[in-house]
Design a protein around this ligand. Structure first.
Ligand SMILES: Nc1ncnc2c1ncn2[C@@H]1O[C@H](COP(=O)(O)OP(=O)(O)O)[C@@H](O)[C@H]1O
Ligand SMILES: [Mg+2]
Length: 386
């Protein structure tokens, strides 16, 4: 089984990691020579598919399945067209992606089928959140407490030529669930907890059976499947929510391969979402059973004698990473570390039978790095409370 992955940044790293765990052969295409997933895959091609569709058709024609790992509309539309003419499954659903990349559209759909979303302005009052309808990665998101702040935040969004979404500011644990579909069946996976860094970037994903109480967990999975059925999902999406005192409030859906959460799910459960998606689209069954274990997936940076937890955007600047196992006592890593190097980064996965064992193993990893690399400080940054 050979899988073609278009895009070699964070989503591409995730796709290569999962493919490798599923025993698939990988080909990564990226227009940038520096794209980190290129050094992780079995083979690579450096070119822009929108500039050479013929070459894209040729190299992808040799694959058994193709998945885009980028969010550029032009490339996605082209890929959709190229693959439509072939017999090769494209593990992507352009129609669902178009809905999910507009918060205006997806909020209207979710509200229409009774999914709880943050209350819209003006009913919600202050504090409120202002965010652009079509951006991702927390770009242009602001919390506002007064009419003046609101005007400035709305102007910032309209200056980006986007539509402002104004809604209730909700607080609580950030949770995520993945859902796959083939237009007929839908299936959801283990809920994960997303922990943010000081820039509201994801620095850690925790996967364990009890991220949410049983009843809310079933509700959340049910919401994911209900949304997937409503939009006729034919690939993979994730659903992000905040678990507030009043219950779950869904922030957004994203119909594309996410980074981080599937790797955490795999490490805790043995269920590989990319493998399940590929099998679903080729009419086969993986037969894998959920191990119901726990995992933590996180990013670290070593610089100036310190070990620092960081977000995925900082980690994404890594060049020529490789996969490692039992890295300073962790289970899995993606890193550019070399003995004697004083600046390096790593994505690290630690497993355990329960959350306490995961914490113990994470502490061991931190101690090992500090001791073996002679570091004198460990910094863990968290968001400032609003
Ligand atoms: N209504 C809200 N209340 C509180 N925080 C929010 C709200 N909406 C978004 N956020 C915060 O902003 C981040 C980005 O918002 P999100 O809706 O996920 O958009 P995107 O990830 O596409 O930029 C979220 O992870 C969350 O931390
Ligand atoms: Mg988001």
């Amino acid at each position: 089984m050979k899988i073609g992955i278009v895009g070699g940044a964070l989503q591409g790293i995730e796709a290569v990691f999962l493919s490798e765990k599923a025993g698939f052969e990988t080909l990564v295409i990226d227009r940038k020579e520096s794209a980190p997933a290129l050094s992780l895959s079995d083979s690579r091609e450096v070119f822009d598919i929108t500039e050479d569709a013929g070459r894209a058709r040729k190299v992808l024609g040799d694959c058994d399945a193709v998945i885009p790992a980028c969010e550029e509309t032009e490339a996605l539309v082209l890929l959709d067209r190229i693959m439509e003419d072939s017999q090769i499954p494209l593990l992507f659903d352009l129609d669902s992606y178009r809905i999910s990349s507009s918060k205006e559209k997806s909020n209207a759909i979710m509200a229409g089928i009774g999914i709880p979303i943050p209350e819209p302005w003006p009913e919600c009052g202050f504090p409120a959140i202002v965010k652009p309808s079509s951006q991702s990665g927390s770009v242009g998101v602001s919390a506002v407490n007064s009419a003046e702040e609101m005007d400035a935040a709305v102007k910032a969004v309209t200056d980006m030529e986007d539509i402002p979404i104004v809604q209730e500011f909700v607080s609580g644990k950030s949770v995520s669930v993945e859902v796959i579909g083939n237009g007929e069946m839908t299936r959801s996976f283990c809920t994960t907890e997303v922990v943010l860094d000081s820039n509201y970037d994801c620095k850690m994903v925790l996967c364990k059976p009890n991220v949410l109480p049983k009843e809310d967990n079933e509700l959340f999975s049910g919401m994911g499947k209900k949304i997937a059925q409503r939009i006729g999902l034919k690939a993979l999406m994730d659903v992000e929510a905040i678990y507030t005192e009043k219950g779950l409030r869904v922030l957004e859906i994203d119909a594309r391969i996410p980074s981080q959460t599937p790797a955490a799910v795999w490490a805790a459960t043995d269920i590989n979402i990319l493998e399940e998606l590929t099998f679903m689209h080729t009419g086969r069954n993986t037969g894998r059973k959920n191990r119901n274990g726990c995992s933590a997936y996180e990013h670290y940076l070593v610089e100036n004698g310190s070990l620092i937890t960081c977000g995925e955007k900082t980690f994404g600047k890594i060049t020529k990473p490789r996969f490692e196992q039992r890295f300073f006592g962790s289970d899995e890593a993606i890193t550019d570390y070399l003995p004697g190097k004083d600046t390096w980064a790593a994505t690290v996965i630690t497993r355990g039978r329960d959350p306490a064992e995961v914490l113990e193993n994470r502490k061991k990893f931190i101690r090992n790095v500090m001791d073996e690399c002679g570091l004198d400080e460990y910094k863990d940054r968290s968001p400032k409370m609003i």
